[in-house]
Design a binder for this molecule. Structure first.
Ligand SMILES: NC(=O)c1ccc[n+]([C@@H]2O[C@H](COP(=O)([O-])OP(=O)(O)OC[C@H]3O[C@@H](n4cnc5c(N)ncnc54)[C@H](OP(=O)(O)O)[C@@H]3O)[C@@H](O)[C@H]2O)c1
Length: 331
């Protein structure tokens, strides 16, 4: 049973002011849902950083417990698929933006948002992956479905030191791809080489203006950076290549020409992790525990708690991510 009071990190708008910090909630502050979960771990994603700032534009209700990811144990279930004591993951949908998310010791979730913890992953592993790792896997799966295979050519990963980028790099290298890392952090080359990066581009190189079409380089790409990087990728994709577009860490605008599409058959594969139907979501999690499991899972993880997560929320928005932050929520 959810106790009379429990801890949560809460953001709110009070009297025109944005406030945030550790607070205490009661069970009746939780939204409706079939399954009560005692949260063991959460993680820090870019969207959580946005939810925890005044002008982040992702939060849709206040007060709000951010945390788009959570992993924990079922303590009450009104749904036959989930028994008390089972280990579960939930992420995306409205969690942490339109209803209370994972930065709380207890929460309540609709059953059809829940993923059973796959065999072979711990709850902490699941959050070391979290939405960022899930999005990386979804991007790789989309590129494969488009026809990408090891041996078809180099694959570029942007924002390589971030959550999505580092996990995509790790997964792709593990599958046997020649992976190139685009990063703004020269001091992270060694770590990225350890994940499997075969070559590097710096951030300025990919942000520079160029001709509408340039030398064909990439059979595929995973782009979590957007504005500055995506035009570069499009004009340097090989004929028939594709880019999985999953983020906008450098901004949302896209300025390109039609030439990559009409002269080289380039494709943009849109990646939306938040509202992916649950059956597909569970399948990707099964793959994250098996063939898409990152070889270095959990190695570059910084652990924080509800008390100490705030600097991570600010750092992620400032481009300071180096791997992943997990949040230890339970005792
Ligand atoms: N589509 C989806 O469902 C989905 C799911 C998860 C995340 N996302 C989005 O994907 C993006 C990355 O998320 P994340 O969790 O990986 O965030 P993250 O851990 O903060 O990583 C983002 C990385 O992008 C690079 N970067 C940051 N600011 C930049 C700038 N101004 N210009 C160029 N590069 C910059 C940095 O890597 P380097 O220093 O190595 O370049 C940074 O580490 C965000 O926009 C997020 O909202 C989308």
């Amino acid at each position: 049973m959810i106790p009379e009071s429990f801890r949560a990190y809460v953001v709110d708008r009070r009297g025109g002011e944005f406030v945030r910090g550790l607070g205490v909630l009661t069970p009746d502050s939780l939204p409706a849902g079939d399954v009560d979960v005692e949260v063991a771990w959460s993680s820090v994603n870019y969207k959580d950083g946005l939810a925890a700032t005044a002008d982040g534009k992702v939060a849709r209700s206040w007060p709000l417990v951010p945390g788009i990811d959570l992993a924990g144990t079922v303590i009450r279930s009104g749904h036959p698929s989930f028994v008390v004591g089972s280990a579960v993951i939930a992420h995306g949908y409205d969690l942490g933006v339109g209803r209370h998310g994972g930065f709380a010791e207890f929460t309540r979730v609709p059953a059809d948002w829940i993923v059973p913890l796959p065999r072979g992953l711990s709850l902490r592993d699941a959050m070391a992956l979290g939405t960022a790792g899930f999005t990386a896997a979804l991007s790789v799966a989309a590129l494969e479905a488009h026809g990408l295979e090891p041996g078809t050519g180099p694959v570029l990963v942007t924002g390589a030191s971030g959550g999505v980028g580092s996990t995509a790099l790790d997964i792709l290298a593990g599958l046997g791809y020649e992976v190139w890392a685009a990063t703004g952090k020269g001091d992270e080359h060694e770590w990225l080489r350890g994940l499997g990066a075969a070559g590097f581009l710096n951030r300025e190189e990919i942000a520079a203006d160029g001709r509408p079409l340039e030398t064909e380089r990439w059979a595929g790409a995973v782009d979590s950076v957007g504005a500055a990087a995506l035009p570069f990728i499009l004009r340097t994709l090989r004929r028939g290549g594709a880019v999985a577009v999953c983020g906008n860490a450098s901004g949302p605008a896209l300025v390109t020409t039609v030439f990559p599409f009409i002269l080289r058959g380039a494709s943009i594969l849109g990646i939306d992790s938040a509202y992916l139907p649950i059956a597909k979501r569970r399948r990707i999690w099964e793959r994250l525990a098996t063939d898409l499991r990152p070889k270095s899972l959990g190695r570059r993880v910084t652990e924080v708690t509800l008390e100490t997560l705030e600097p991570a929320l600010d750092a992620i928005l400032a481009g300071g991510a180096r791997g992943r932050w997990v949040v230890r929520v339970g005792g």
